[in-house]
Design a binder for this molecule. Structure first.
Ligand SMILES: [Fe+2]
Length: 591
């Protein structure tokens, strides 16, 4: 059975060109659920018991031992695919291999990248296929036949079998974090290494795609290698950090095989300019109170259009980010070194990420507004000084950001995003990873008092005056109706970088007695204009992945939210044909 890891995956949709227009139905909900394979499995009753809940959760992260190289036709078993559902391919990236054959279980974030595709044909046939990304790490860890032996620790994991103590093979590019369709190329990305290119039809791995090398070559050829824009700090501090950087780089590169620049897995697409935006950090940033961000903008053919580099006087860890017409926006998640954790991490008996800890010493969230446009660069605003949002948040994902002219040179910047509490987020316990007992126990992510600490949808509003000084900054929940945990915010992609009204997110109904908040079982649609919300939830013990909005043209909410629904309930008998069992729902939300 193919099981998707619902909390760690990111998706992309590539719509095929339309052949003629189809009227868009409105004010109705259509749902389909397709299950590949001819036989529907018999299901036991689904008791909401603690043991069932934990078993279900652990099944979510069961390793995929098989690939589906030859596309399998999915069978619609409920409802129908809507007539106006566009032809195209829904790609879903995530980890697929968590346990090897020698006793090691890795953190979900260290699982080998497994790409799924759902191809929707114009005649409404749907084909499913899935393959591993053939990374260098996979070729090393996958032996003959079906055998696996993990040799790289991965930044979040501890190995049980294999070489454990003194193992410096930490960084493992598993291409498992997100998938990008751009410029006719299909790329799987990982937080810290080169993207891998795959054939969009067969999902065969073509090889690493050196995007940053491409960008640096282009910048050099154009004679505009980005000048480093540095913040001002006492020279002695900067000199000390320069020395530390020179010492760390050969260690990180030579010993831990880290590339000098870490490309973040979250990318942005600016539909106004038809550009792909990406950002990279320096390898040593994780260990030093100095953050280097290099932003790249590519045209539709991967030609470099713009490259800007910034150095910030802070120790930060960034997963997602935002942009507007004038700015790149970084919400600073504050971290610091954990000295005891560092010592343990070096021994191999503790996850390497344990060398870091969150830094909750300040009750605000720094929002860095880094100049993107030439006008913003020329404004002279001191971008190294962040706007301090009046709420401590650990930023998770950004659904949209935009700016509007307030008149007389002022600017209103809005961010629609998800954020959690510093108390809830934990580097190596995320997803309940426990390398000692080899079980995933997400109890702490479901603590009763934790509901308010979990990821939630928020709006950050910043007003700048004509000199770029912050006049006002506020943080508020995006919906007064929906106060349950939510993450993976998504919008109609053609409304990115402009005022958008509707946002969709994975969420928790809270109806389950055990593990009520994580993993998610719902999708919520929030109308940002008035804070109203609508919810759709799975039935029984099923879970949802990240929602993606597929527009059909017309208004902002004309389209479909597509996501994978995962059922993990124990089967009384599992017929062979259910090996490819995938549940998915497609529905159109009301407006
Ligand atoms: Fe993410």
């Amino acid at each position: 059975m193919a099981i998707c890891t619902v909390a760690t995956m990111h998706a992309a949709v590539h719509q095929h060109p339309r052949r003629g227009s189809v009227p868009t139905p409105r004010h109705r909900v259509r749902a389909v659920r397709g299950i590949a394979g001819a036989t529907r499995a018999t299901v036991t009753s689904e008791p909401d018991a603690s043991s069932t809940a934990f078993w279900d959760y652990n099944l979510l992260f069961r390793s995929q031992r098989a690939e589906t190289s030859e596309p399998v036709q999915l069978r619609v078993v409920e409802g129908a695919i809507p007539a106006d559902f566009p032809a195209g391919t829904y790609y879903l990236a995530g980890p697929g291999m968590f346990s090897d054959d020698h006793g090691s279980i890795v953190h979900p974030l260290d699982g080998h990248g497994y790409l799924r595709s759902f191809r929707f044909h114009p005649d409404h046939g749907v084909h499913y296929s899935a393959r591993y990304v053939e990374t260098a790490a996979k070729s090393e860890e996958k032996g003959e036949g079906a055998s696996w032996r993990f040799t790289h620790r991965g930044p979040f994991s501890v190995l049980q079998g294999g070489h454990r103590v003194g193992n410096v093979k930490v960084m493992k590019n598993v291409a498992n974090t997100s998938v990008l369709w751009w410029g006719g190329r299909l790329l799987c990305l990982w937080e810290g290494g080169m993207p891998y290119e795959l054939d969009p039809d067969t999902l065969e791995t073509i090889g690493p795609f050196d995007l940053l090398g491409l960008a640096d070559e282009a910048a050099a050829a154009q004679g505009r290698g980005a000048a480093r824009q540095r913040q001002r700090r006492p020279w002695l501090v900067e000199a000390g950090l320069d020395v530390a950087t020179r010492l760390l780089r050969p260690i990180l590169g030579g010993v831990f095989t880290m590339p000098p620049k870490r490309l973040l897995a979250h990318y942005k697409i600016d539909p106004k300019r038809n550009r792909l935006l990406m950002v990279a950090c320096n390898a040593e940033d994780m260990l030093l109170p100095r953050a280097n961000f290099t932003f790249y903008e590519f045209d539709a053919g991967f030609g470099l259009v713009q490259k800007r580099e910034f150095v910030l006087p802070a120790h930060l860890m960034i997963h997602d980010w935002a942009f507007t017409d004038s700015h790149y926006v970084v919400l600073g998640n504050r971290i610091k070194l954990d000295i005891p954790g560092s010592v343990l991490a070096m021994t191999g008996t503790y996850p390497m990420i344990g060398a870091l800890q969150l830094d909750p010493s300040r009750q605000t969230t720094p929002v860095y507004l880094l100049p993107r446009s030439t006008e913003a660069v020329a404004s002279g605003r001191d971008w190294a000084v962040p706007v301090e949002a009046p709420s401590q948040m650990w930023s998770m994902h950004v659904g949209n950001a935009f700016e509007e002219d307030l008149g007389r040179g002022g600017l209103d910047i809005r961010l629609h995003m998800s954020a959690c509490s510093y108390e809830w987020f934990h580097f190596h316990r995320m997803f309940g990873y426990n390398w000692k007992n080899k079980k995933l126990d997400p109890s702490f992510m479901n603590a009763a008092k934790g509901k308010e600490l979990m990821p939630r949808l928020v709006q950050v509003a910043i007003e700048l005056d004509k000199r770029g000084a912050c006049r006002r900054c506020s943080v508020k929940r995006m919906s007064h109706q929906w106060n349950r945990p939510a993450d993976f915010p998504a919008i109609n992609p053609s409304f990115a970088n402009k005022r958008s009204r509707f946002i969709y997110a994975g969420s928790a109904s809270g109806l389950r007695k055990f593990l009520p908040y994580f993993p998610f079982d719902s999708v919520v649609k929030v109308d940002v204009s008035d804070g109203t919300s609508r919810r759709w939830s799975c039935e029984g013990r099923k879970f949802v992945g990240e929602p993606v909005f597929v527009p059909t043209g017309g208004g902002e909410d004309h389209g479909y939210v597509i996501l994978v629904e995962v059922r993990t309930t124990t089967y009384m008998k599992v017929p062979t044909s259910s090996l490819y069992q995938i549940s998915k729902r497609i529905f159109k939300m009301y407006h």
